[in-house]
Design a protein around this ligand. Structure first.
Ligand code: RIB
Ligand code: CA
Length: 333
């Protein structure tokens, strides 16, 4: 359902329940044409994430989008085994999707990204919603990547909010701080979508019920997955609901939501082995000082939205699912 002026997107993910929502949103929005997907270990292994992604693509009627398996281990250390307490042991809340007969392509995720960046030179947009291991690997493969890519939007980090893995570190950055440091130091247009904004925009039980009541297989699967995800968040929010990390990053990447506070500042990642490891150190002193020195500031950090994101997310997906139905129902001429 993409329009002719849709931008080309590469998605890097660790599919994951909120990754699944981001994928469904990107497939639904007419503003984006998804030309490739890479997976990385995070919520599940890179291979497990690729399987979930292929199965979701098939369910959504987009089996031809290439999926490449990326890094299994972070740059330093080894993959910790995922987050079954958050996303279930299969990454999608135990929901069993019909298995796609497609397999991942031979290329690695980093190779796919570099190839797509050349193919769509100057206009490819990257959305990274898992650890940044593949993106850092792609930068090493092709140092000109920042010139080839129009922009990169990253779900990750915490500017003023607490972390969700340690006191200061968010999961995607904590899972590979060295890779994140490389990616945030590269000279490209980067937008960071941190916990500050993803934890303050939530999906409620009534939204989940709307998904379950919608007669589309992707909607039903997402509603089921969210049942598991909400279970994790009950202890955090005190009610059945969830943060919307990855779909919010996807919507910001396609300029689908209005941003009211999103300063462009210097961001560095702590790669020490102390208690700050994995922290995204965002230089927000300009709030007091008026940003007297902007040199080296290139990362737009999203802190507040100007609209209700849940309505936008559900509205976008439901409009696409409805349009599919009316196409199916249209008489053949
Ligand atoms: O901290 C939130 C991030 O970690 C999201 O990308 C979620 O999918 C998990 O990977
Ligand atoms: Ca993710």
């Amino acid at each position: 359902m993409t329009d002719r002026t849709a931008a080309h997107f590469y998605l890097d993910c660790d599919t994951g329940i909120d990754d699944a929502l981001a994928l469904a949103y990107l497939l639904a929005t007419p503003r984006a044409e998804l030309v490739g997907i890479g997976t990385v270990s995070g919520n599940v292994s890179a291979a497990g994430g690729a399987r979930n992604t292929l199965d979701l693509l098939q369910l959504a009627g987009h089996p031809d989008i290439p999926v490449a398996v990326g890094a299994h281990h972070p740059q330093a250390g080894t993959f910790h085994g995922g987050a079954p307490h958050v996303h279930g042991s299969n990454g999608i809340g135990g929901v069993e999707l019909p298995r796609s007969d497609r397999e991942p392509i031979q290329a690695t995720a980093a190779e796919l990204l570099v190839q797509l960046a050349h193919q769509h030179a100057g206009e490819l947009r990257v959305v990274a919603i898992g650890p940044l291991t593949n993106i850092a690997a792609a930068l090493r493969l092709e140092p000109k990547l920042p010139e080839l890519v129009a922009e990169i939007t990253i779900m990750g980090g915490a500017a003023l909010a607490p972390g969700n893995i340690t006191a200061v570190a968010e999961a995607n950055i904590a899972n590979d701080p060295e890779a994140a440091a490389e990616v945030l130091a590269a000279a490209w247009n980067v937008t960071l979508v941190p916990l500050d904004v993803t934890m303050s925009n939530v999906l409620e039980e009534r939204h989940r019920q709307e998904l379950l009541a919608t007669d589309h297989p992707v909607s039903q699967a997402l509603g089921d997955m969210l049942g598991y995800y909400f279970g994790f968040y009950v202890d955090i929010f005190g009610r059945a609901c969830s943060a919307m990390h990855d779909p919010l990053a996807a919507a910001i990447a396609v300029q689908g939501v209005e941003l009211t506070v999103a300063p462009t500042v210097r961001v560095e990642v702590d790669t020490t082995s102390g208690p700050g490891r994995g922290q995204t150190v965002c230089d927000l002193r300009g709030q007091y000082l008026g940003f007297p020195d902007q040199r080296g500031a290139r990362c737009r950090v999203v802190l507040e939205l100007g609209e209700d994101f849940a309505s936008h997310l559900l509205g976008t997906m439901q409009a696409a699912w409805l349009a599919e139905d009316s196409l199916d129902a249209a008489p053949v001429a």
